[in-house]
Ligand binder design. Structure first.
Ligand code: MN
Length: 195
């Protein structure tokens, strides 16, 4: 099974208020494409050749894991963004955020702080456990909560420099702060309700 780069549900310049067309072109069109192309080459003729992407992420290690997890993490990131999404979570997820973090504002601050304090390349994640409890975690490099038994990933912000350097240079905190303007809470709330 050959993995493909899916078409994004928005134009490459649609998020330009936060992420420029040039960033999308490099980040999705080149970095994400390279992870998928590398993965296809690495798994050809191996036990992973016919596995769905999520299963490869859960079962592999080394170079196969790095490329599979990065391929999956990026789809999870890009497909939760939208130029005209509702600006706040709603339903069950909104209730869980308020009850656990005090407020949506307090949650955002904590999430941004986790992204800022991650040393080097990686991701900041919001996940839910089996009881619906929310967790903010950092992942180095390609690490993903998909490999953690009992966790359902809900939202991630990419904090590799390639995610923000063209638009924000070294200002990672500013990038993270602006990302809220393009999070599609329909997608994220749906992930929480389906867990
Ligand atoms: Mn990236």
């Amino acid at each position: 099974m050959k993995h493909e780069l899916p078409v994004l549900p928005y134009a490459q310049d649609a998020l330009a208020q936060v992420l420029s067309e040039r960033t999308l072109d490099f980040h999705y069109g080149k970095h994400e494409r390279a992870y998928i192309d590398n993965l296809n080459k690495l798994i050809d003729g191996t036990e992973y050749a016919d596995m769905p992407l999520e299963e490869i992420v859960r079962k592999s290690d080394g170079a196969v894991f790095n490329n599979a997890a990065q391929a999956w993490n990026h789809l999870f990131y890009f497909f939760a963004l939208s130029p005209n999404a509702s600006s706040e979570p709603f339903g069950e997820l909104a209730e869980a955020i308020s009850s656990q973090f005090g407020s949506f504002e307090a949650f955002k601050e904590k999430f941004e702080a986790a992204g800022v304090s991650l040393f080097g390349s990686g991701w900041v994640w919001l996940s839910a456990d089996d009881s619906g409890k929310l967790l903010i975690t950092q992942g180095k490099n390609a690490e993903t909560p998909l490999t953690v038994e009992g966790l359902t990933p809900l939202l991630c912000f990419d904090v590799w420099e390639h995610a923000y350097y063209l638009d924000y240079q070294n200002r990672r905190a500013e990038y993270l702060h602006h990302m809220w303007d393009i999070v599609d809470w329909n997608v994220v709330s749906g992930r929480y309700e389906k867990r």
